[in-house]
Ligand binder design. Sequence first.
Ligand SMILES: *Cc1c(COP(=O)(O)O)cnc(C)c1O
Length: 386
Amino acid sequence: MQDGFIPLSVPNLKGNELQYVTAAVETEWVSTGGPYVNDFESKLAAYVQAKGAVSCQNGTSGLHISLLLTGVTSEDAVIVPTLTFIAAVNPVKYIGAEPIFMDCDDSLCMDPLKLERFCREECDFDGEILRDKQTGRRIRAVLVVHIFGNMADMEKIMDIAKAYHLQIVEDATEAIGTYYTEGALKGKYAGTIGDVGVYSFNGNKIITTGGGGMMVSDREEFLKEARHLTTQAKTDELYYIHDKIGYNYRMTNLQAALGLGQMEQLEKFIETKSQNYALYQSLIDGMEGYSILPFRQGTRSNHWFYSLLCAEGRQVRDELISRFSEHNIQTRPIWGLIHQQKPYVNSRSYQIERAAYYWEHVVNLPCSTSLQTEQVRRVVEVLQAR
Ligand SMILES: *Cc1c(COP(=O)(O)O)cnc(C)c1O
């Protein structure tokens, strides 16, 4: 018997999406004008309790604009993780700046201890400007990625940012809905802790607009400038006067229609993801050679992606991925580390160790919000059949 295909992560559009998109088409508001874009921005800002939100075409364009907001120039360097999707790093290069690759901690997010040590030992700080000794570049910002719906150690990272006058861009593309439940940052959502945060609504994210993104910030000047830069930096609507090089990055009403339908379901999706995560965990707990990576203590994670840790490493990982594939189950290793990718092999990296370990040992398991209990059991049976 051929079992049905279990995808890694697919959209779930069974709410009011069709109704809202139909309304957008019927009213012929399909482009960047129209009521849904503003509505989606305010609903999202309210959900994550940010002062405001500015839509964009995707997470990548949001990160590009965010780096510009923090004042990063082609002379500067930006500290970035190596364990991430490459879209988090490429915008540094769009600006002509240089990345400095940082290792992860056991949450798979940036290691704050190494970050601090790098700033202290590898840089000069004159009380205002932090400069990498090796390249002489000013480090203006750190781009933190909340991997797989987890939360980076933002308490420590914000302390470092304060000590060294660094701005924090949060790539929360995978972590919408994740927030602190304890500690100094209790109640704060991923994306709203640093200077600016970015969400993505790509097809594989927890909510999707096909392609789309959103920036959030509590800094009014950032929100204003983000809106300006994403709409061609136009200062006069009638005469088309522009004061800067802008971008055509604003979301369309069609995308936002989809997004509003998805927002209504976000909490339900998180609940389903959390339940399936708990089920995987209970079935895999105690199995020899395998475990499910936890999310950070003291947070409510959105449980976007589930990470299976294979104690034996790379060979078992690869064997496992092909076994799953033979059983019609889609799984995936972590992205190739960015400091080893062709465009970045000559970039600066700092003591990358744990990222390499996790790259070798982790397999992402199916996690769609439409995933059924029997399907989770089937995945675990394939894992056991060794
Ligand atoms: C999805 C993703 C992005 C990019 O978002 P797009 O909307 O696809 O451009 C950036 N960073 C990370 C970590 C992502 O997972």
